[in-house]
Design a protein around this ligand. Structure first.
Ligand SMILES: Nc1ncnc2c1ncn2[C@@H]1O[C@H](COP(=O)(O)OP(=O)(O)OP(=O)(O)O)[C@@H](O)[C@H]1O
Ligand SMILES: [Mg+2]
Length: 251
């Protein structure tokens, strides 16, 4: 029996036939506004409520903004940070600015992978993290596609070695079919893709689990919603795009 980690995202654990296999490194791919950051924050916050410490590596947004965004869904991370159960690694400010001075974990140079890994490892060890989210991993190699696979393999060895179950957010462009490039797609243990499609003048959300090592999973595309409580996925519904329109059917 594989040990599984409950995502805490309503509907997802059913789609994954019980949860994410422990220590998997999951690529969470999607275009802009598809819900990747919210997904990652929800995964981490749920862990906190279950006594599983977590680390969020913020590369896209200021840590202060991340805390505000999380609080808007009712996921205020500050009490957990104060108890040493949650940490944000600031890989956004480069240590510049007044607010950055208050951050405990700061990555100063994103081109320096060894120091990035050192800061991450320190945060994970300090708080005994079981869950890690890197938002987004794309930022680490967007200008250097040749190193993408190496970066992901390095992170995978470190994170799985420390016993973490991890989500690497991968940014793709609108209309792009892949998940972030061949190197990272094969290196990841799992791929979850979030989609936003404009159909008949309206944006519709759906998701699909493309792979998940260590478990069977739904092979269907499922509709999901973002509400003021976070992401809700419908495991008993299938989302079909068909000749320019769509249908939602019983799975
Ligand atoms: N309270 C809310 N209720 C419903 N939908 C919301 C709410 N807050 C945010 N959203 C939706 O979530 C989207 C943002 O989600 P998120 O920040 O997770 O996207 P993302 O995939 O990380 O995008 P990016 O790649 O640009 O960072 C918004 O564009 C909006 O559609
Ligand atoms: Mg985001």
């Amino acid at each position: 029996m594989v040990k599984r980690v409950k995502s805490g995202i309503p509907g997802l654990d059913e789609i994954l036939h019980g949860g994410i296999p422990a220590r998997n490194v999951v690529l969470l791919s999607g275009g802009p506004g598809t819900g990747k950051s919210i997904f990652g924050q929800q995964f981490l916050y749920y862990g906190l409520t279950q006594g599983e410490p977590g680390v969020l590596v913020a590369l896209e947004e200021h840590p202060v903004q991340v805390r505000i965004n999380m609080s808007q869904f009712g996921w205020d991370p500050r009490p957990y940070e104060e108890q040493g159960l949650f940490a944000i690694v600031d890989a956004f400010t480069g240590g510049i600015g007044e607010a950055a001075k208050r951050e405990k974990y700061v990555v100063r140079d994103l081109d320096d992978l060894p120091s990035f890994v050192d800061v991450l490892r320190q945060a994970v060890k300090d708080i005994g993290a079981k869950r890690v989210v890197i938002d987004s991993v794309t930022t680490l190699y967007i200008t250097k596609p040749a190193i993408a696979r190496g970066v992901v393999m390095r992170l995978k060895r470190v994170l799985a070695g420390l016993g973490c179950t991890s989500i690497l957010v991968s940014q793709i462009s609108v209309g792009e079919r892949g998940f972030g490039g061949p190197g990272v797609e094969h290196a990841a243990d799992g791929i979850i893709r979030l989609d936003l499609d404009e159909i008949e003048g309206e944006l519709k959300r759906s998701m699909i689990v493309w792979k998940m090592r260590g478990t069977s999973h739904s092979m269907k595309r499922h509709p999901f919603e973002i509400t003021d409580k976070g992401i809700v996925i419908y495991p008993d519904k299938v989302f079909k795009i068909y000749r320019g329109t769509y249908r939602i059917e019983e799975a």
